[in-house]
Design a protein around this ligand. Structure first.
Ligand code: SF4
Length: 150
């Protein structure tokens, strides 16, 4: 793409096929996304969804702020990312603690929580899944799954 300042290699975020993409950028804005001919998986091809993935980045309906709807609330409230991340961390720790099992009925050591679980999506890559598994295992969760299809 001749108009671009630079080009980045990426992977389509939509499904587990993981087609290779070339992302063309001008003035720090994505101006085009095309199939990557060097990808051994897709060899330059993208399906209609992958071909339209520029809209995921630039579409007018894209949310660019954290939105939160409080319990019993009827409106979305905009939150700072830092605040939202703290709220997530607080809830994870609270659920972990409430679901904690130190030992079973016969005194055998369990040291696990039934309060949190993880279900990963198909577009998570090996490295992300590795880190998710490490994190949730360290938290004491035992239900750690991924719906990956490949
Ligand atoms: S281009 Fe289509 S087939 Fe390829 S990863 Fe994206 S959604 Fe899946």
């Amino acid at each position: 793409m001749a108009r671009a300042d630079r080009e980045a290699r990426s992977v389509c975020p939509y499904c587990a096929v993981g087609c290779g993409q070339r992302v063309y950028v001008k003035d720090d804005r994505v101006i085009q996304i095309e199939g990557d001919p060097d990808s051994p998986i897709s060899r330059g091809r993208l399906c209609p969804k992958g071909s339209a993935s520029k809209q995921l980045v630039t579409g007018a309906h894209r949310e660019e702020h954290v939105l939160y709807r409080p319990a019993y609330g009827t409106e979305w409230v905009r939150l700072d990312l830092e605040v939202a991340m703290d709220m997530v961390a607080d809830r994870v720790l609270d659920a972990r603690s409430k679901g904690w099992q130190e030992a079973d009925g016969q005194g055998r050591r369990l040291r696990r929580t039934m309060g949190i679980a993880s279900l990963g999506g198909a577009t998570l890559d090996n490295e992300e899944n590795y880190l998710i598994k490490k994190l949730f295992t360290a938290l004491g969760a035992i239900q750690i799954e991924n719906q990956a299809r490949i």
